[in-house]
Ligand binder design. Structure first.
Ligand code: ADP
Ligand code: MG
Length: 449
């Protein structure tokens, strides 16, 4: 394998182990610039990515690369040497492996819609029939049928897909309508920066000009009162003008704590539809459809095996299929059932996670490569203080724990320490993009099934 082929193979595998968003964020414009003896130099676009790959992904990358070429024992990350090459190079191509995944990079800048999410590529079964029917109706008559349309369900069950499919369909059929997809986190940071820059009016008028507003993962607005207030205002204006609003969440409106009552009742005034986990037959159908899209084909026995072990998450079903495809590609032969079993060892669906204080501490510690007990000591070391503050912040933000409770959790600290930590992170996250990204990743880890 030359450098390029090697790196493509690495990316193909890394992709299976991390979320698409992280993959797109951290591995875009990376490359192997040289290889000498046991060392490989990976070039990266900037110092932010460099640091991140070194600290967070080095182990994974090394493991994968070592698996592909045993001689390689070390990786060095260097900034920028490939810029020229990247400009000349077509976007990463892995056509046989996963063309769909790579369209991630072609998100439309105006609408934020990803063209890969269409109704065409969406499998319908008993588990998602109702939200699907509602979505189709809304895409035919936006603003006129179910408004707002509120879709909820667990992680990886197709909420983002269905929301974006409505958007893409409307864009196709109603050229003049202005569609916008926004994650709740992006909306929140929009509110925060509008406040800071005194541009609230401009921010609001931008949203009020939209015909179809799609807002994903609204549960993240819980507890963010100012953002909710602005959203409520925009919501009302759009609603009164028969503009369509589409919302998703991981739970029904009444189960989102710290959501203003008036917002909740607004949501309940429209259509609420839930996506449950797909049944066995649908899981099989999804696997077969996706295999067809990828132009591959495996024995039924293998699909049955995957469908019997991965039950609650369509993203994981896709991940399993990708693993088979890559195996086939690298080994030039189809995996048999025994091989398939070993390929999925670490993909097996984990039970739905319940977020507890313990879990937050655990995930934060792991994220910053610390031990749980480090977070719980009184150490004033910089590497520990910050993660500890972040953990306190998350206990407050996600679980609404009281400050005295949070203080006690952390080695009997005073409640004022907890308040101070919470406020400090709250302030910093508004200004510091890197911190925002870190907290986003930690939350993803916390909530992913
Ligand atoms: P959520 O937003 O609920 O966490 P996503 O919409 O991101 O889930 O879906 C996870 C993955 O599964 C995506 O790649 C999506 O295309 C795929 N997917 C989900 N539901 C379906 C479906 N019904 N048919 C085909 N693919 C699906
Ligand atoms: Mg989603």
């Amino acid at each position: 394998m030359n450098n390029e082929e090697l790196w493509q193979a690495v990316l193909a595998q890394v992709q299976l182990n991390i979320s698409q968003a992280n993959f797109a964020t951290w591995f875009k414009n990376t490359d192997i610039s040289s290889q000498k003896d046991s060392k490989v130099i990976v070039s990266v676009p900037n110092s932010f990515v460099k640091e991140w790959l070194e600290n967070k992904y080095n182990k994974t990358i090394l493991k994968v690369i070592h698996g592909l070429n045993e001689e390689i024992k070390e990786i060095e990350y260097a900034i920028g040497k490939t810029r020229l090459k990247i400009l000349k190079r077509v976007p990463i191509v892995l056509p046989e492996i996963d063309q769909l995944e790579f369209q991630e990079f072609k998100v439309n800048k105006e609408t934020n819609l990803n063209p890969r999410y269409t109704f065409d590529s969406f499998v319908v079964g008993p588990f998602n029939e109702l939200p699907h029917a509602a979505a189709i109706a809304v895409s035919k008559k936006p603003g006129l049928v179910y408004n707002p349309l509120f879709i909820y369900g667990g992680v990886g069950l197709g909420k983002t897909h269905i929301l974006q499919a409505i958007g893409n369909e409307v864009v196709k059929n109603f050229k003049k309508k202005k569609v916008e997809y926004v994650s709740s986190e992006k909306f929140t940071s929009g509110v925060v920066s509008a406040i800071r820059n005194h541009q609230m009016e401009a921010f609001k008028s931008k949203y009020k000009a939209i015909d179809i507003l799609i807002i994903d993962d609204i549960q993240f607005l819980a507890g963010k009162e100012k953002t909710q207030e602005e959203f409520f205002h925009i919501f009302n204006v759009l609603y009164e003008n028969n503009k369509q609003i589409i919302i998703s969440s991981d739970r029904p409106p009444k189960a989102i704590h710290a959501l203003a009552e008036r917002l909740r009742s607004r949501f309940e005034g429209g259509m609420i539809a839930d996506i449950s986990a797909p049944d066995f037959e649908t899981r099989m159908a999804i696997l077969k459809t996706k295999a067809q899209e990828k132009k591959v084909d495996f024995p039924d026995e293998i699909y049955q095996y995957i469908s019997s072990v991965i039950k609650k998450n369509i993203r994981e079903l896709e991940g399993a299929l990708n693993r088979l495809v890559i195996y086939q590609k690298l080994n030039n032969q189809k995996p048999d059932i025994e091989i398939a079993k070993t390929l999925f060892k670490n993909l097996l669906s984990s039970p739905i996670r319940i977020v507890t204080p313990r879990k937050i501490i655990q995930v934060v510690a792991e994220f910053y490569d610390l031990k749980e007990k480090d977070l719980l000591t009184s150490s004033r070391k910089k590497e520990i203080v910050k993660p500890r503050q972040i953990a306190m912040y998350l206990l407050r933000e996600e679980l609404k724990n009281s400050f005295p409770f949070i203080g006690r959790k952390f080695n009997g600290k005073d409640h004022t320490t907890a308040i101070h930590s919470y406020k400090k992170i709250l302030r910093e996250v508004e200004k510091d993009k890197k911190l925002e990204e870190e907290i986003h990743l930690i939350k993803e880890e916390l909530f992913s099934g």
